[in-house]
Design a protein around this ligand. Structure first.
Ligand code: NAD
Length: 289
């Protein structure tokens, strides 16, 4: 299949490479020359504009920084320029309203579109083990599934347009809050004189257990290997967790939902990032507790 890929950064670079490995002809574009050079090394054909990349494409995949950029790329250069038969898949993490607005504009021009944000970081993007949460019609999901399956281990239909983004921010709001709760419990356990491995052995089998504890323990040397064992580098940056929490808090305000834990998690990640830790893995917030 001819697939245009827009946004070949930390995540998109590996995802595009996995589409090539699956046998697709990938037509890549990014504003960064370095990203384009890496894409060529990975077997993509590169182009000098979005419009050139989407020419004749059967599908368009994007992995871009934020909603404003997604909106401008789709409205200026994808909609009306890619063939109307092309399936549009935006895998970026963006706000629900923009996801719905872009999908509506695409639909008005005769395209089918899904929002398909991911769970899993750079390692999962490179390894083809992402989880995709997909918003769109049944028919669009059926078309999207085999394309996304080449880049991930799970592809889940969350509901209508925007539902993928809604699932993503709700999931990450749980993650942000449980990571902080896990960090503060370990910090308190230490001050109370508990051995941290012993506390892990107890709590990981008791009701305090969570993914933040048993898959991504914020304490070095405790639990399976995690960024804590690597100086809190190379995982999911605190700045990206803050981005997702802000999206969740904004979405909550737009529908009148109360999210006091998510809001507090957002404040704590804001302070952590402002103190120069934006690039630190989000579990590194234990150092601030
Ligand atoms: P990144 O900054 O590494 O990559 C974004 C790429 O988009 C860059 O290469 C940039 O040059 C390119 N770009 C920006 N504007 C463009 C435009 N107008 N046209 C073409 N290319 C353009 O970011 P990333 O870490 O790859 O994240 C991408 C998306 O994935 C974000 O929405 C992020 O929230 C989400 N995400 C990231 C992670 C992670 O661990 N990094 C995990 C899950 C989801």
């Amino acid at each position: 299949m001819k697939i245009a890929f827009i946004g070949l950064g930390n995540m998109g670079g590996g995802m595009a490479a996995n589409l090539v490995k699956a046998g697709h002809a990938v037509r890549a574009f990014d504003l960064s020359e370095d990203a384009l050079a890496r894409a060529r090394d990975n077997g993509c054909q590169t182009y000098t504009s979005v419009r050139e990349a989407v020419e004749g494409a059967e599908a368009v995949v994007s992995m871009l920084p934020n909603g404003k950029i997604v909106d401008s790329v789709y409205s200026a250069d994808v909609i009306g320029h890619a063939p109307a038969s092309a399936l549009l898949l935006d895998c970026s993490t963006i706000d629900v309203d923009t996801a719905r607005k872009v999908a509506d504009a695409a639909s008005a021009a005769g395209y089918e579109m899904v929002d398909a944000p991911v769970s899993g970081g750079i390692a999962a993007a490179n390894g083809g083990t992402l989880t995709f949460m997909v918003g769109g019609s049944d028919q669009a999901f059926a078309r999207a599934e085999p394309i996304l399956a080449a880049m991930g281990k799970a592809v889940i239909h969350a509901g209508a347009s925007g539902a993928g983004q809604a699932a993503k921010i709700c999931n990450n709001m749980i993650l942000g809050a449980t990571m902080i709760a896990t960090c503060e419990a370990f910090a308190l356990a230490e001050k109370l004189g508990l051995d941290l491995q012993t506390f892990y052995d107890i709590s990981s089998k008791a009701s305090g257990q969570s993914w933040s504890m048993t898959s991504y323990c914020p304490v070095p040397g405790v639990g399976p290997a995690s960024p804590a064992d690597n100086g809190y580098q190379g995982g999911f940056a605190a700045a990206l967790m803050l981005k997702d929490l802000k999206l969740a808090i904004e979405a909550a305000a737009s529908v009148g939902a109360r999210v006091p834990m998510g809001t507090r998690a957002g404040q704590l990640y804001e302070e952590f990032a402002a103190a120069g830790n934006g690039a630190t893995d989000f579990s590194g917030i234990i150092k601030a507790l």
